[in-house]
Design a protein around this ligand. Structure first.
Ligand SMILES: Cc1cc2nc3c(=O)[nH]c(=O)nc-3n(C[C@H](O)[C@H](O)[C@H](O)COP(=O)(O)OP(=O)(O)OC[C@H]3O[C@@H](n4cnc5c(N)ncnc54)[C@H](O)[C@@H]3O)c2cc1C
Length: 415
């Protein structure tokens, strides 16, 4: 049986779901092709759960020699480097270092902000339509500090976002405890970003977005998206259930998007920042919102399953075996601040943040393939940006007036 639609969306993480819903809302018939046959089973499942409406500047590569050496020797707990991966990543990381210089960083910030500023509105709308408003919590999130030096740096970073209209409140220890009474002595103060939404269950939110898509006539088909091919100007994927064929195709495969781009001849300086999570039983207290240990570089979020600790970036090859090193290193720090009881998961979850050196996604048409569109590399912000990226892509694909200039996200900046 052949299923013929206007558009095939490859991938059912938050980015693919956002694209599928936005195209459908603009009158396109859409099928999602997904290897799990279900939504939010990979990177979109295991994240920190913050719709980061406060985000302006991307995470950058360290610029100073001392900071680079500290990171390279794994003396900075905010990142973990698997040294065997470095030769293969060197070229992309070199470009990441270049893109982290003040000028390019500022340009990335402006381009990122254009998307992020609309992210909460878009999530709220989709969640309301999906009947999943309860899966988005108010209350923002907190950056907690351990030292006056950290506090100074963290507050200065927050001040940098003020011209972009990001609301935040500086907290001394008493104000911090008024919001989160269970935080330990090591936390001396913080910054409260008041506007972001957080989800206690990213997987359930993804399932609700998929259910909305299906209730409006969409379908999800279990198949290998890497089998995408063009035949006679039409895009198609052979699935076990039959052929899926469309005039257009959207690649939203998160960390696996690069493999498909390469298949069609697009060589991008793509890399992943891997990250782990572990759930803990609450012990002697609770949290009501995510709290980042700013100087050690991990977050603890109250989730439906327990307190979820998510790590910062592990630089490794995408398919390297998981390592317990980063989480094991962070857990003793976390036990100084958070009410963590025993581990709840048999093994840490591993995810891969899909990245390009300028920390901007690719949203737009493939330069040399008509009808092939890309929507990936949302780095640390794919939960945040899924629905709004989908809206921009759908506006461009359907010839509507885009809400922001799509040029900064074009693939032509690399390929
Ligand atoms: C530890 C951690 C914490 C994070 N915290 C946050 C946060 O608080 N806020 C935020 O905004 N972002 C956060 N992120 C980033 C965010 O999770 C990602 O940017 C986002 O999930 C990427 O979504 P995606 O849809 O592009 O990719 P994915 O969610 O990975 O989806 C890609 C989909 O493609 C499918 N697929 C892959 N290969 C194939 C194939 N061959 N055939 C068919 N289907 C295939 C996969 O099964 C998957 O469903 C975090 C990431 C990590 C790792």
């Amino acid at each position: 049986m052949t299923q013929t639609v206007d558009c095939i969306v490859l991938g059912a993480g938050f980015v693919g779901l956002g694209a599928a819903l936005a195209l459908q809302a603009r009158g396109r018939s859409v099928v999602i092709v997904e290897k799990h046959g279900a939504a939010a089973r990979e990177t979109s499942l295991g994240n920190t759960g913050i719709v980061q409406s406060e985000a302006v500047y991307p995470y950058t590569f360290p610029r100073g020699v001392a900071d680079i050496v500290r990171a390279a020797l794994n003396r900075d707990s905010r990142a973990h480097i698997r040294h065997a991966a470095l030769p293969g990543m060197a070229s992309a990381l070199w470009r990441y270092w270049q893109a982290s210089a003040p000028g390019p960083r500022a340009r990335s910030g402006v381009a990122l902000r254009a998307l992020v500023a609309q992210a909460v509105v878009e999530h709220r709308r989709v969640a309301a339509e999906a009947g999943a408003g309860a899966l988005l919590r108010e209350g923002g999130w907190i950056k907690a500090f351990r030292s006056s030096h950290g506090q100074e740096r963290g507050l200065a970073e927050a001040e940098e976002t003020r011209p972009f209209g990001v609301p935040f409140t500086a907290l001394d220890r008493a104000a911090l405890l008024a919001l989160e009474p269970s935080l330990g002595q090591a936390a001396i103060g913080g910054v409260h970003f008041t506007d972001p939404l957080t989800t206690p269950d990213p997987a359930a939110l993804g399932a609700a977005y998929l259910a909305l898509f299906v209730s409006r006539g969409g379908a999800i088909v279990e198949a290998d998206a890497l089998r995408l091919e063009n035949a006679g100007g039409r895009w198609r994927v052979m699935a076990p259930s039959g052929l899926v064929e469309g005039r257009e195709a959207v690649v939203a495969l998160g960390p696996w998007s690069d493999a498909l781009a390469r298949k069609f001849g697009y060589q991008l300086p793509f890399f992943v920042k891997r990250g782990y999570h572990m759930h803990y039983a609450p012990s002697g207290g609770a949290l009501t919102r995510p709290v980042l240990d700013y100087e050690r570089g991990y977050v603890v979020t109250p989730m439906a399953r327990g307190l979820r600790l998510t790590t910062g970036a592990e630089f490794a090859r995408p398919e390297d075996a998981p390592s317990p090193a980063h989480l094991d290193r962070l857990e003793p720090f976390a036990r100084e601040i958070y009410p963590l009881g025993e581990r709840l998961d048999a093994a840490p979850w591993l995810g891969r943040r899909p990245c390009l050196p300028d920390m901007l996604p690719v949203i737009g048409e493939a330069p040399r393939h008509k009808g092939l569109w890309f929507d990936f590399a949302h780095q640390h912000l794919g939960l945040t940006l899924g629905p709004i990226s989908g809206r921009l892509l759908a506006e461009v694909m359907t010839g509507a007036e885009p809400f922001t200039d799509p040029a900064p996200y074009a693939m032509t900046r690399f390929a």
